[in-house]
Write a protein of this length. Structure first.
Length: 490
């Protein structure tokens, strides 16, 4: 059994340091253990076996430092070791995951050390003197072994192709179990790609006195490829069955109306767009029957406001000359203004109440807030999957809508993502001051969600918004936006 010398420990520590540093670099963090193990194997310079040992030592150092750092950060942040008082089931799962992570780091680092150690040993042996070369490396039957650009390019291409195939296969197969599965797929692809690139280059530049048993390497490679195909194929089949059979899926609509005002309103009636599908509004009926209002109130430090009387809202679906709309009414909505100053120290900030007479509108650290922010929202589960990519036939959309036109999306999520803009209206009637500002915002979403290693899904979003100033008694044109096909589709 090979011993671990002080030199090997030193080389492993240096490789671990390289791996830890790369762990903080985006993209490179996926190959940090592989590169760290490779550095240790190169420094060892004593063949594949000793390189694998040095790489494994580097991986072990990284794993131990990772565990210690996690516990230290948890202690500093929470004042105790994170595992203290945790249930046994949580400790067991955490222990298995920690062991698997550590074993994976050691294995990957060991592979990196083995490959680089083998490459270094073969290059050193070849440079020791003139040796007969294999015809494949030069096109002749002899000569001094030199680097072959053709072999380098061929090895790189084979490695890149292997990386792409392995990364895609592992990511796809693990997707129903791990999210995001690319955290496993990318490192696995990197290991496979580097192994194929190194071994491919050594094979193409082999000579008649090579110490590598290429027949053994070939049989081992075939066995690994078959085992990989069987494992990944089996995981893929099981994962697809899990996706199709899992009960952890939801289909849900959500309808929300937000009305914001900065001064008191009297004799209030507002007609807002309402979801309509096939001439009816199930969401609107559900809203009228079950909705409750939520009032947002900012309470700065030092402010003890008097209890606010709840507003007696009434809700109704009404038919207008513009179509079905949601009516929200109240006799009076009283709004109170609060003045505050923003205060901040080295680590946090907060709002501090000030008397109205101290308020200076020109001071950027001072501000005002009000309690005239009301949110009305309901959700309704669907009995089957929602057609989020093409909701125009059969799915609820905010009504009224006119002159709908397709526009460029501000951001794109998936190939099915499309965006539209349209015209709509709101009706408002109330008495208030001339400077009062009122905002009416409506939002509708339909979402499918399922669990595949983490919650994911797809949705469509429909929203409209309008601002009104002063007293009102009539219709107002507003603009709506519709985004469909957002998210992931199976």
């Amino acid at each position: 059994m090979a011993s671990v010398s002080r030199r090997t420990l030193r080389n492993g520590a240096f490789g671990a340091a390289v791996g830890i540093v790369l762990g903080f670099v985006p993209v490179l963090l996926f190959v940090a253990p592989l590169v760290g193990g490779g550095v240790a194997g190169y420094l060892e310079r004593d063949g594949a076996k000793r390189g694998a040992i040095a790489g494994s030592v580097a991986g072990g150092f990284v794993a131990v430092i990772g565990v210690v750092a996690t516990e230290a950060i948890g202690f500093v942040r929470f004042g105790e070791v994170p595992i203290a008082g945790a249930p046994f089931e949580v400790l067991a799962v955490s222990g298995v995951l920690a062991f698997a992570t550590a074993a994976g780091q050691i294995l990957v680092a060991g592979i990196g050390g083995c490959l680089v150690g083998l490459l270094a040993a073969e290059r050193r042996r070849a440079g020791a003197g003139n040796r007969p070369r294999h015809p494949a490396s030069t096109g002749t039957t002899g000569g001094v072994r030199t680097r072959s650009p053709t072999a380098v390019v061929a090895g790189l291409l084979a490695g890149i192709g292997t990386f792409a195939v392995v990364a895609f296969a592992v990511t796809t197969a693990l997707d129903p179990f791990v999210w995001p599965s690319s955290l496993v797929g990318l490192p696995a692809g990197a290991v496979g790609g580097v192994a194929v690139a190194v071994l491919g280059y050594l094979y193409l530049t082999r000579d008649t006195e090579s110490t590598v048993n290429w027949r053994h390497v070939g049989f081992t490679g075939i066995a690994v490829a078959l085992a990989f195909g069987l494992v990944v194929g089996g995981l893929f089949v099981i994962g697809q069955d899990r996706i199709s059979e899992t009960a952890e899926r939801t289909y849900e609509y959500e309808y929300e109306v937000t009305v914001t005002m900065d001064e008191t309103l009297e004799d209030v009636t507002i007609y807002a767009p309402v979801p309509v599908e096939n001439g009816s509004s199930e969401l609107g009926d559900h809203f009228v029957e079950t909705v409750q209002s939520n009032r947002y109130v900012l309470v700065p430090e030092g402010h003890d406001p008097e209890p606010v009387d709840p507003v007696d809202f009434t809700y109704e679906l009404v038919e207008t000359e513009r179509g079905s709309m949601l009516s929200i009414s109240a006799d009076r909505i009283e709004v109170t203004t609060v003045h505050y100053r923003d205060v901040q120290n080295d680590s946090m900030g907060w709002s501090e109440w000030i008397p109205p007479e101290e308020y200076d509108p020109d001071d950027p650290e001072m501000g005002t807030s009000h309690d005239g922010d009301f949110r009305f929202a309901v959700s309704l589960p669907a009995t089957e999957e929602i057609e989020t990519a093409d909701p125009f036939d059969g799915e609820p959309l905010l009504s009224p809508q006119s002159d709908r036109r397709e526009i460029d999306c501000r951001w794109t999520v998936g190939d099915s993502h499309r965006c539209f803009e349209y015209d709509s209206v709101v009706y408002a009637s109330y008495d208030t001051d001339d400077e009062t500002e009122v905002t009416v915002h409506t939002r509708l979403s339909g979402r499918n969600e399922w669990f595949t290693g983490g919650w994911t899904g797809n949705e469509y979003r429909d929203s409209s918004s309008g601002q009104l100033f002063g007293p009102q008694n009539g219709w107002h044109r507003i603009t709506g936006e519709l985004a469909v096909g957002i998210g992931r589709y199976r």
